[in-house]
Write a protein that binds this ligand. Structure first.
Ligand code: HEM
Length: 514
């Protein structure tokens, strides 16, 4: 899986084939094409490989230089843009001309089937319509909040135990498991409990799903993946095994729940579990780097929830009502600032269906990939001003401390236009509940201030090696919170049995392939 361990044969082959294809293409081009103007060439896939360990920063440097540029890949140009006008055009104005196409479909379909993430046209429209309705219901909102609170209590217990025993904790893994547990509970009504490790099958499923996602994303940089798939070797053999394991687990679940839920493995929310957990991990990294911001959030949560001294984790979680969440404007701004600088999907591309001209006057060809770049855009002074690279949640607040939206074509972390993320509101609610419970009860620090924290280059922005933190109980809270751990654990089980049972609002729309 590690491209960097022996990149030479890959680089030489790639370079030779890229040059050959481009010579053929440019020599063979007829005279009418000469009038068309194409964005400047920023580099080739070869340059990307040489800068693989810092790929998003390398591409940010290029975006600062050109705003929109081309990278020469094996069979096509890839156009990378950080220009909000171009992005609005691709994602909204000429939406019909840009989509997943056969290119993304072929990469994603083994894991995600013909779900909403992999298709265009009528198939997409139908799923979008059904899912939009479901995401907008009050019932889903209320039910998911109950689940998030109950899982936040479990998270707080784990963190509290690490604080009491003065142990460090790797929080990225914990967030991945807790968000997957939430999705299972909200969508299927099942306790996966991978976070506490009490359900071995659940944990195995969790690992298989993680590895399958990683290999699926790896296909985008592995030019040999189709051959490996045909021969069933290497990463592709692993992917096949993982998908089988995922299928077995999900179908067993379906059989045991027949009459209550009918569901396929292609559920949209599962793919999102690592996106949400990436975001939470970077948020906690920012909290460790900015202790004053952490304090401000703790204060805001206390005021919004009217939290009493000696509250248990359970009481704390239950005090995070819709009304309290709406009052947490600073927390909302801080999460948004995290997404601006550390977007979970750092770059996302669309397949161009027919020749076109972007608003900046440059052309793209049928078959090109056109990518918008949330990571690079978050660092551009032309978009965010001179302090673009500073972490400053206040930029999102007006003088009354109320959160102000920005154009979705500037903050592109959730995509924009007709295919804007359907789970945005759902994701904010989950992230706010988890972080409010954790920050009001604990203080977070990096376990090793000297150790560099970097992303691992993949399609989602994970922290390489995870985030190792040390938590301590907040002053005055130690006695009350740790004393309440025992009681909270009993209470949280009571929550799951009484409030959660038979109330799964998604159960009636769960059809295979939805
Ligand atoms: C911080 C968390 C999240 C971020 C940053 C995020 C970001 C995104 C992005 C960039 C896309 C476009 C991807 C593409 O081109 O296919 C997307 C699509 C989508 N997201 Fe999210 N997402 C988040 C959480 C969630 C959650 C929790 C759910 C569901 C529970 C969700 C549901 C969806 C769906 C259904 C789509 C597909 C929309 C369509 O193609 O019409 N997202 N999201």
């Amino acid at each position: 899986m590690d491209l960097l361990s022996n990149p030479l044969p890959f680089i030489v082959t790639t370079l030779a084939v890229t040059l050959a294809i481009y010579l053929i293409k440019f020599i063979g081009r007829g005279s009418p094409e000469k009038k068309k103007r194409y964005h400047p060439i920023g580099g080739t896939i070869f340059n990307q490989l040489l800068n693989f360990h810092r790929l998003h920063d390398y591409m940010t440097d290029l975006a600062k230089k050109y705003k929109t540029y081309r990278l020469l890949n094996l069979s096509r140009s890839e156009v990378y843009t950080a220009d909000p006008a171009n992005i609005e055009y691709v994602l909204k104005t000429n939406f019909a001309n840009y989509g997943k196409g056969w290119y993304h479909h072929s990469h994603l379909t083994d894991l995600l089937g013909d779900g909403i993430f992999t298709v265009d046209g009528e198939k997409w429209r139908h799923q979008r319509k059904t899912s939009s309705y479901e995401f907008s219901t009050k019932m889903l909102r209320d039910f998911s909040s109950v689940v998030f609170r109950s899982i936040a209590v479990k998270l707080a217990q784990i963190v509290s135990e690490s604080a009491s025993s003065n142990q460090t904790i790797e929080i990225q893994e914990l967030f991945i498991k807790s968000t997957l547990d939430s999705v299972f509970k909200v969508v299927l009504g099942v306790e996966l409990d991978s976070m506490c490790g009490t359900n071995e099958e659940g944990s195995q499923f969790c690992n298989a799903f993680d590895e399958a996602s990683e290999i699926t994303l790896y296909r985008y940089v592995d030019i040999f993946w189709k051959i490996k798939k045909i021969l069933n070797i290497g990463s592709e053999a692993k992917l096949r095994d993982n998908v089988k394991q995922i299928d077995r687990f999900i179908y067993k679940l379906i059989r045991s729940k027949t009459g209550q839920v009918h569901k396929s493995k292609n559920d949209s929310s599962m793919k999102k579990e690592d996106i949400l957990s990436s975001t939470l991990t970077w948020f906690f990294y920012m909290m460790c780097k900015h202790p004053l911001i952490q304090e401000k959030i703790a204060q805001e949560v206390k005021e919004a929830t009217k939290l009493k001294e000696n509250s248990s984790f359970n009481e704390l979680a239950n005090s995070i009502t819709e009304e309290a969440l709406n009052k947490m404007q600073y927390l909302h701004a801080t999460l948004t600032e995290t997404l601006r600088l550390y977007p979970a999907v750092p770059v996302d591309s669309k397949f161009c269906f027919s020749d076109d001209t972007l608003p900046d006057g440059f052309c793209v060809r049928k078959g090109d990939l056109v990518a918008y770049q949330p990571y690079a855009m978050g660092r551009m002074k032309s978009i965010w001003g001179d302090d673009a690279e500073e972490f400053r949640p206040e930029r999102w607040l007006n003088e009354d401390g109320v959160f102000q939206q920005e154009s979705p074509f500037k903050l592109t972390a959730f995509q924009a236009g007709p295919r804007i993320c359907l789970g945005k509101e759902f994701a904010y609610r989950q992230m706010k509940i988890f972080s409010a419970v954790l920050i009001v009860s604990h203080i977070f620090k990096l376990s090793d201030e000297q150790k560099a924290v970097n992303y691992k280059t993949m399609l989602t922005l994970h922290i390489d090696g995870g985030l190792h933190i040390r938590a301590s109980h907040r002053i005055g809270a130690e006695k009350s919170y740790s004393a309440s751990v025992q009681q909270a654990s009993t209470n949280s089980i009571m929550i799951s049995q009484t409030q959660l049972s038979d109330k799964n609002p998604l159960a009636h729309v769960m059809e295979p392939g939805s």
